[in-house]
Design a protein. Structure first.
Length: 414
């Protein structure tokens, strides 16, 4: 394992070859060896004690040795965490010992520990996390606010659609062109901001797991060489999911049956969700293992294999929580903006694009910036920690992390 910022896996072979050499022969404890007492001469009238059974010379020590005797009643045998069992929703026993050099204990994580680790990373490295998230949120929202004011608020085509239930073809073309220009500009800026935030915040999380500080310069230095590849992942995954919906829908549409078209849409959505979960760990795999685009996608699919429902549940829970948090932060800003702009709090649901002034857009933009500043680090942190947790469960990554952090190697069962 690399000790540099943003640790990487050693070649990322298949999980079957990434396990530590825990199957090396071990010497049995003295309690498991048959007692080698010298043979006492038999006394007259007393039969000689039976000789201990001979142990085969070629029997492998450790795996073939007799189990140790049970602990006395007044002692409690040590409890070690069960490893390499891809888990469901159940967390791991909190009383088990595990080193914790950073924001998470080095053992398989429960869902609460993943969420707590993401929040703890934002708290422990708040200067770096806040600077990255706030800068990206401000730039993204600033571009979105200006674009909305220029293309939508002063748009004659949009205004015609809002006031006229029967617009002409020319008005429809004008409105569609302005909406396309707005969506293109804001979509590109949002995409680039998401890539940059994911890259730098993933590096911060990887250092936080080892209990090390990281500056903005270090996060940028370690992530900038992989931004284009990460952009490729961010573009390819939605494209794959879109094709998963479009292809079954088009195939069913050829039949001309509305019922089959609906069935194709539903099947496509299910397939898209399944693929999205399978590929959801590609970004941290690319950043922390220095993989290529398609190698990172294959890596994510391999890590999620056998744990699809668990990964899906964690990702869905995070999306719901962050949506609620974002709504709680943005709703008051929208209400205040509507009141300051001369309306009332209830009128914000009835206002169209043409009614949005600079004052309204500025206040709502502030609320959106606050929401993004909080949700961006949590989202990136959960994805990175979920990736680390899957590697701990499947590949004993906790041992490598312990060595990199300079702590005792976690106990493991054979």
């Amino acid at each position: 394992m690399s000790d540099t910022p943003g640790w990487t896996s050693p070649g990322s072979p298949s999980p079957e070859h990434d396990r530590p050499e825990s199957s090396q022969p071990t010497q049995p404890s003295p309690s498991s060896q048959p007692s080698q007492q010298p043979t006492q001469p038999s006394q007259p009238g007393h039969p000689a004690p039976p000789a201990p059974p001979a142990q085969p010379q070629d029997a492998p020590q450790g795996w073939g040795a007799a189990p140790p005797p049970p602990a006395p009643p007044h002692q409690t045998p040590p409890s070690y965490p069960q490893q390499h069992q891809p888990g469901g929703w159940g967390g791991w026993h909190p009383h088990t010992f595990a080193a914790k050099p950073g924001v998470i204990p080095l053992r398989p994580l429960g869902i609460g520990e993943i969420l707590d680790g993401a929040v703890s990373t934002a708290r422990a490295h708040w200067r770096t996390v806040l600077a990255i998230a706030l800068a990206i949120a401000v730039i993204t929202q600033l571009v979105g606010t200006v674009a909305m004011r220029l293309w939508l608020s002063d748009s004659s085509g949009i205004a015609a659609l809002e006031d006229n239930p029967n617009p002409t073809d020319e008005e429809l073309r004008d409105a569609l062109g302005e909406l396309t220009a707005f969506a293109s500009v804001t979509g590109i800026i949002t995409l680039l901001g998401s890539v940059l935030a994911t890259a730098m915040l993933t590096i911060v999380v990887s250092r936080a797991v080892l209990g090390r500080d990281v500056t903005i310069g270090e996060a940028w230095q370690d992530s900038r060489s992989r931004l284009l590849r990460l952009l490729g992942v961010v573009l390819v995954v939605p494209l794959i999911c879109t094709l998963a919906i479009a292809v079954p829908t088009l195939v069913m549409a050829v039949t001309g049956s509305a019922a089959l078209v609906v069935l194709g849409v539903i099947g496509g959505i299910v397939l898209a969700v399944w693929l999205w979960v399978r590929l959801s760990l590609a970004a941290p795999a690319l950043m922390l293992e220095r993989q290529g685009v398609f190698a990172a996608l294959r890596r994510s699919a391999k890590l999620v294999s056998g744990s699809w429902w668990r990964v899906f549940g964690v990702q869905l829970l995070v999306i719901v929580l962050l949506t609620l948090v974002g709504g709680v932060l943005e709703f008051p800003a929208s209400a205040i903006a509507s009141i300051v702009d001369g309306g009332d709090a209830g009128g914000m649901f009835d206002s169209g694009f043409s009614d949005m002034s600079w004052t309204y857009l500025t206040i709502t933009g502030i609320g959106a910036v606050l929401a993004s500043t909080i949700t961006l680090p949590i989202s990136a942190g959960v994805t990175a920690l979920l990736y680390i947790d899957q590697r701990i469960r499947r590949e004993a990554l906790d041992i490598e992390l312990a060595r990199a952090a300079g702590v005792d190697t976690p106990h493991r069962e054979s």
